[in-house]
Ligand binder design. Structure first.
Ligand SMILES: NC(=O)c1ccc[n+]([C@@H]2O[C@H](COP(=O)([O-])OP(=O)(O)OC[C@H]3O[C@@H](n4cnc5c(N)ncnc54)[C@H](OP(=O)(O)O)[C@@H]3O)[C@@H](O)[C@H]2O)c1
Length: 253
């Protein structure tokens, strides 16, 4: 049994605690939480601590705190020669300090406390300072997910930038669509099948093959009509920039 201590009680910590629950190969023996209110309903309160001096010995310490706090938290774990990993997409493994046994356990998904996630489908990006620790992290990843990848810090940075484009930016575009629907008394749900099909389609087509719309068709009259319709300058700028990018870099007709 691999004993794990999780540090943090936010989105990722909570999803990990639930995912590790009742697994044969791993056990979360303790959670460090500054504020235990956040997790008392999902984890045995007698196993929650808010003091670094009472942190238990374990095979693995998973730091699931805000990116800015990772370095500080890592330096406070009171054990030498223990494997310490963080869960961030953008922080280098070496930012964990000069501890010999360091690594990364980055679950590539968007996590919110209030939304359940099927962890079996979450790709876990693993990196470790040495091969034995990589193998341990692989065992831990396998206990909760069907997919894991060996990704180094440089690749993870690139992956995180890609993730911002395909998730955070796309979600912001949903927000613009939502606003425009609201302003015109149209229920946003009408767009749901289109949103679903757009996401489904790139499972079988590359994004460049899947691109449709006035920009890729060079339908300039439609583009100009859309620009004339938009009154918000920010929306206009985004529309122009994306249209230009699709025309300049998209599939050549
Ligand atoms: N959310 C996602 O979709 C997602 C996906 C993949 C990876 N990640 C990565 O996972 C990590 C955690 O993200 P999250 O979304 O779970 O964050 P979050 O919900 O904002 O939670 C952050 C946690 O960090 C704790 N914390 C902050 N500063 C601390 C400090 N100085 N000492 C001790 N604890 C501290 C907070 O404690 P308090 O509650 O007391 O403030 C809270 O428990 C980040 O590295 C993030 O990049 C996030």
């Amino acid at each position: 049994m691999i004993r794990i201590v999780i540090i943090g009680s936010g989105n990722v910590a909570q999803h990990l605690i639930k995912a590790f629950d009742k697994k044969n190969t791993v056990e979360v023996i303790q959670v460090f939480a500054r504020n235990n209110n956040a997790i008392r309903s999902i984890f045995d309160t007698t196993k929650i601590t808010h003091s670094y001096t009472t942190i238990l010995e374990a095979e693995l310490y998973i730091i699931a705190v805000s990116d800015n706090a990772i370095m500080e938290v890592a330096s406070k774990i009171p054990f030498q020669n223990k494997l310490i990993v963080h869960t961030s997409g953008s922080v280098c493994m070496d930012d964990l300090g000069d501890t010999k046994r360091r690594g990364v356990f980055y679950p590539l998904q968007t996590f919110s406390k209030s939304k359940e996630v099927n962890f079996k489908e979450v790709p876990i990006c693993i990196e470790a300072q040495n091969e034995a620790d990589y193998q341990l992290l692989e065992t831990v990843a396998k206990s909760i997910s069907d997919t894991f990848f060996r990704i180094n810090s440089k690749q993870r940075k690139a992956l995180h930038v890609s993730a911002v484009f395909v998730s955070n930016f796309v979600n912001y575009l949903y927000q613009i669509g939502h606003t425009i629907c609201n302003e015109n008394n149209i229920p946003f749900e009408i767009l749901q099948p289109l949103i679903q099909e757009t996401a489904q389609k790139i499972k079988t087509l590359s994004p460049i093959e899947a691109q449709t719309g006035p920009a890729i068709r060079r339908d300039t009259q439609t583009v100009n009509a859309h620009l004339a319709f938009l009154t918000d300058e920010n929306q206009k700028d985004i529309y122009k920039l994306l249209t230009k990018s699709i025309i300049d870099h998209g599939k050549k007709l």
